[in-house]
Ligand binder design. Structure first.
Ligand SMILES: Cc1ncc(C[n+]2csc(CCOP(=O)(O)OP(=O)(O)O)c2C)c(N)n1
Ligand SMILES: [Mg+2]
Length: 561
């Protein structure tokens, strides 16, 4: 193919269009088929910073977490073949959590497909079921429109993840300058929010007023659509109980009188369950009503009427017979409800107060114990007392998720609790905390990991050190895949099999990365070390030797989700 010397190539086009979309960060890892793209990033003038990661999985988790805390589309990239297969976890997590992410992987030249080039992979087929929308950029003439489509798909309707596969030859092919533009409406999510049907709003209002013990259960949608204030207004007007899924934690501040906290099998309690059992009307807002939030669809039970509000029609009616369904944006719906609703008093504050008293009684007792191994309860309490109100808490599955979901008190509402509840895959919190810190550099960020998760993600300590991100990494060290051992204890008569592993000195590992670190074994040292970590102006790690999860009184009613 003959080229003019100063034409714009596909890779340059991608960089320019991303820049037009005000992309500030790309999280990714290099590869030979991505070289034209890297070269374009090197040569062109733009405002994008490339964050080099040590695993494509981390890149996608960073993009997901960055998007969660900023509302901007998270961008991750990796090379063909292994890069594309390794990038999948964060793409899936974002897609199922309605988080706007675009992942881009380079690909072998279109001309070599079918000839067994190294890294050949059916990327289109691979990503199709995992994303909201995906495409191969195999034609330089449609490059711009496909990139714009990815931004639109990932931000509008139900936001989600998109994937673009970018073959090597198209990265080098000529494209037209005229194709370099962005539809800025789709730089953030949710874009084009769906307005609620006003008749349905009236119906919802009527049935709320008829109820005796109504309860609202929020998923992630209220935080995602920045509607916390509207929800608070509604909760106060009605004095209604507001509960959340794990993802929805922080929708109302935990100290708000109407905030019941997390319900379900992971972070709920027998006391929060009681509230659900007594409710005659449950209003799900932006919540899938999945197995964890509903304790495998037991609570709410058939005594409660269900109103379901979600911007994804697939969610509604999937699990419950729905009395009123509304496909609409959470914020638009709350605004419409607030406009029409009259003051009422369902006594929600009283219910919340009594429930929390019972729930925290045992917790507080366990926090006072200074003997034996440090209890998870104590870790939550001490962190809660020391960290500033606007700290981001990024947690992994295992011990961190149920404990922080149940007992951490966020004084402010907002997106401060970050966790991966679509798949709950191990190894999220370390890379995700890097995405959070890059998105919200002024805030304190804690990454709270199980030792199993640490093993998945340890390589990214180098990234945190290289970028000097003063994240506080906390490893809950119990030398076991504790959650699974707890499952063997509760459901398989303590037939413990292949779940224990040996103790790693996580503090020493961190020091090898040049990261300041401490090991804590004694209860009384915990606050002292946490204070030191808070003062630290660089990344640091606390290795806490902790009571194993299967021996703890975890706020978990079901280990097999
Ligand atoms: C990628 C992945 N593999 C397996 C699991 C199943 N799983 C859920 S929790 C858990 C154990 C977690 O161990 P650890 O990180 O040490 O935390 P702990 O439970 O000990 O606190 C496992 C293996 C998972 N969630 N993700
Ligand atoms: Mg463990």
């Amino acid at each position: 193919m003959k080229h003019k010397s100063n034409y714009l190539n596909g890779a340059e086009g991608l960089v320019k269009i991303l820049d037009e979309y005000e992309v500030k960060y790309i999280f990714g890892l290099c590869g030979d088929t991505s070289l034209p793209f890297y070269d374009a990033l090197y040569r062109l003038n733009h405002s994008i910073k490339h964050i080099l990661t040590r695993d494509e999985r981390s890149a996608s988790y960073m993009a997901d977490a960055y998007a969660r805390v900023t509302g901007k589309v998270g961008i991750c990239e990796g090379p063909s073949g292994g890069g594309a297969t390794y990038i999948i976890p964060g793409v899936v997590e974002a897609n199922e959590s309605s988080i706007g992410v675009i992942s881009i992987t380079s690909d072998v030249p279109t001309t070599s497909i079918g000839h067994f080039p190294l890294t050949e992979l059916k990327q289109k087929q691979l990503f199709k079921p995992l994303t909201k929308w995906n495409e191969i950029l195999n034609n330089s003439k449609t490059l711009g429109s496909n990139i714009r489509r990815a931004f639109k798909e990932s931000t509008s309707g139900r936001p989600g993840a998109c994937h673009l596969s970018f073959p090597f030859d198209i990265q080098k092919a000529e494209i037209s300058e005229k194709d370099i533009w962005a539809n800025k409406r789709y730089t953030k999510f949710p874009a084009d929010p769906i307005k609620p049907n006003s008749k349905k709003i009236d119906l919802i209002l009527k049935s709320i007023l008829k109820a005796k013990n109504p309860i609202i259960i929020c998923g992630g949608a209220i935080k995602n659509s920045f509607a916390e204030k509207e929800l608070q207004k509604l909760a106060e007007k009605l004095n209604i109980v507001v509960a959340t899924s794990v993802t929805g934690k922080g929708t109302l501040g935990d100290n708000h009188p109407n905030s019941l906290g997390v319900v379900g099998s992971n972070g709920g309690s027998i006391y929060t369950r009681e509230v659900l059992k007594k409710s005659d009307l449950v209003i799900f807002i932006g919540c899938r009503a999945g197995s964890v939030t509903t304790e495998k669809w037991q609570y709410p039970n058939s005594n409660s009427k269900i109103i379901h509000i979600d911007n994804d029609p697939k969610v509604i009616g999937a699990n419950y017979k729905t009395y009123i369904s509304l496909v609409a944006d959470a914020k638009e719906t709350l605004i419409a409800l607030n406009k029409k609703i009259k003051k009422n008093n369902f006594g929600g504050d009283k219910v919340v107060k009594e429930t929390k008293k019972k729930k925290f009684f045992e917790f507080n007792n366990l926090c006072r114990i200074n003997k034996g191994l440090i209890k998870p309860e104590r870790i939550v309490k001490d962190i809660n007392e020391i960290m500033p109100d606007n700290s981001y808490i990024v947690v992994d599955p295992g011990t961190p998720c149920p404990y922080f979901a149940a007992y951490y008190n966020f004084k402010k509402s907002g997106r401060y609790f970050v966790t991966n509840r679509a798949h709950g895959a191990l190894g999220y919190a370390l890379p995700a905390s890097i995405g959070v810190k890059i998105g919200q550099p002024k805030n304190t960020v804690l990454s709270i990991m199980g030792d199993g998760s640490f093993g998945f993600a340890v390589g990214e300590l180098e990234t945190a050190k290289r970028l000097n991100l003063n994240i506080i990494f906390i490893v809950i060290s119990n030398s076991v895949y504790g959650w699974i051992k707890a499952g063997q204890k509760s459901s398989f008569n303590k037939r413990y099999y292949s779940v224990d592993f040996s103790r790693t000195n996580h503090a020493k590992v961190a020091s090898s990365y040049g990261i300041k670190s401490w090991t804590v074994k004694n209860h009384r040292d915990l606050t002292k070390i946490l204070n030191k970590a808070l003062e630290c102006k660089e990344p640091c790690l606390i290795d806490i030797i902790c009571q194993p999860l299967e021996q703890a009184k975890a706020p978990v009613s079901e280990w097999i989700a």
